[in-house]
Write a protein that binds this ligand. Structure first.
Ligand code: S3P
Length: 436
């Protein structure tokens, strides 16, 4: 499947986007090892989270789906998971693989974790090292999946200084820490998304966060609870950008998660001149949410502070598009992690935007994007959902049609992307193979 994007007239509208991917994954994993029921609303029924749902079922957890975005988990308690007869296929999801590896390290049975072509190319050494120090035995293919996890009932608590800022690695260690003897401490080089810590607390677990240090004592039981998943800011970012780049648009996106460990994209865009404001700020369970109002704005290039990278880690593809539409040049640095996401996002975005007439200078851990005008053309998504959606947003202001090739992966995080974008007036059509 491809996207055919035509120059669009984005209009005033109030829209919603699907539930937060990170929170949805965690609701499944934590709800499964809690005792009692966890009822989840606003769940993201995208492919990534559905793979996690299938994996938890394969581990013996009964999970019902009473509605498209509702799930009900009958938690089995900390020690109630059962061995899966087959390998757990986690599809495209790095979050699922890394967090599950932490969870399964503390089980008395062995598990095999695998995934699609993108996931089996991604680095797992970052979790294998700490989880092995805790006492799990993990076999990999030179640090890449499939992973065979030989869990241990006698994990040891560790003090671990993360070499990279990664919420996935932090969460994997905290989940293993639940099964360890003693207090596990993680020290992050920069603050990363804290959804695991918040949800654990909602389920009655004591987790201490002091600046960049997070501690958890092993053996604490989780109690099932209600989880209301906010709309995903990472998905809202595509709507935000389409509105900013349009002429005279005024869009409101309702009920979006604005956890401060995620809002780097708003800060960066505002620093470029974006008119974005938060309305009706409130809490939804353990997460802050707000309605986000966006009005068309003239953006200006700038140097993006590397200190905020971990707070906007998934939004750099769409920020590259913002930079291309801005006056002057925008300097991104300290974003080397983008090279090991679902694709090499620096290379993928640089190639796509160059094909659409934009000048991009790449470096190993950054890029300079020079403002310009998007032309029409055909670009590749490299099977990466966020690259596909970012290039589609670029197409809405291009001076000709833009074809984005191989966009199936969009369903991993943003089912209904085209209809959501259509509701604000963006003309992005999904077309079948051979039509581009
Ligand atoms: C995620 C953490 C981030 C992010 C990913 C989701 C999570 O990965 O890129 O999409 O849910 O913990 P890293 O922690 O590896 O940067």
């Amino acid at each position: 499947m491809h996207f055919k994007v035509s120059p669009s007239k984005v209009k005033d509208a109030k829209v919603t986007v699907p539930g937060d991917k990170s929170v949805s994954h965690r609701s499944l994993m934590l709800g499964s090892i809690a005792s009692g029921r966890t009822d989840v609303s606003g769940f993201l029924a995208g492919e990534d989270c559905l793979q996690t749902l299938a994996a938890m079922r394969a581990l013996g957890v009964s999970i019902e789906q009473p509605g498209p975005t509702e799930i009900s988990i009958d938690g089995v308690g900390l020690h109630g998971l059962k061995s899966s007869a087959t390998a757990l296929d986690l599809g495209n999801s790095g979050t699922a693989m890394r967090l599950m590896a932490g969870l399964l390290s503390g089980q008395v049975f062995d598990s095999v974790l695998t995934g699609d072509a993108s996931l089996t190319g991604r680095p797992m050494g970052r979790i294998i090292t700490p989880l092995s120090q805790m006492g799990a035995a993990i076999d990999s293919q030179n640090g890449k999946p499939p992973l065979r996890i030989n869990g241990s009932s006698e994990l040891l608590a560790i003090d671990y200084e993360l070499p990279i800022a990664s919420a996935q690695v932090k969460s994997a260690i905290l989940l293993a820490g639940l099964y360890a003897n003693g207090t596990t401490r993680v020290i992050e080089p920069a603050v990363t998304r804290d959804h695991t810590e918040r949800m654990l607390r909602s389920m009655g677990v004591q987790v201490t966060s002091q600046g960049h240090r997070i501690s958890i004592e092993g053996g604490q039981a989780l109690k099932g609870c209600r989880v209301e998943v906010p709309a995903d800011l990472s998905s809202a970012a595509f709507v935000i950008l389409a509105a900013l780049l349009a002429e005279n648009a005024d869009i409101v996106i309702a009920n979006v998660g604005v956890n401060p460990t995620r809002t780097g994209v708003i800060d960066i865009l505002q620093s470029m001149g974006a008119d974005i404001s938060l309305k009706n700020s409130r809490r939804l369970g353990d997460e802050p949410v707000a309605d986000i109002r966006v009005r068309s704005s003239e953006l200006h290039g700038r140097s993006v502070d590397p200190a905020v990278v971990s707070l906007a880690i998934d939004e750099f593809p769409v920020l590259f598009v913002a930079a291309a539409a801005a006056t002057g040049s925008t300097v991104f640095s300290g974003i080397g992690e983008l090279r090991v996401k679902e694709s090499d996002r620096i290379a993928a975005m640089a190639e796509g935007m160059r094909k659409l007439g934009i000048t991009v200078d790449e470096s190993p851990d950054g890029a300079v994007v020079h403002g310009g005008d998007f032309t029409g053309g055909t670009v590749e998504s490299f099977g990466d959902h966020r690259v596909a959606m970012s290039l589609a947003v670029a197409g809405t202001i291009a001076d000709g049609e833009v074809f984005v090739r191989n966009v199936e992966a969009v369903d991993t995080s943003f089912p209904g992307f085209c209809s959501c974008m259509a509701s604000i007036g963006a003309d992005i059509q999904a077309i079948e193979e051979g039509s581009a």
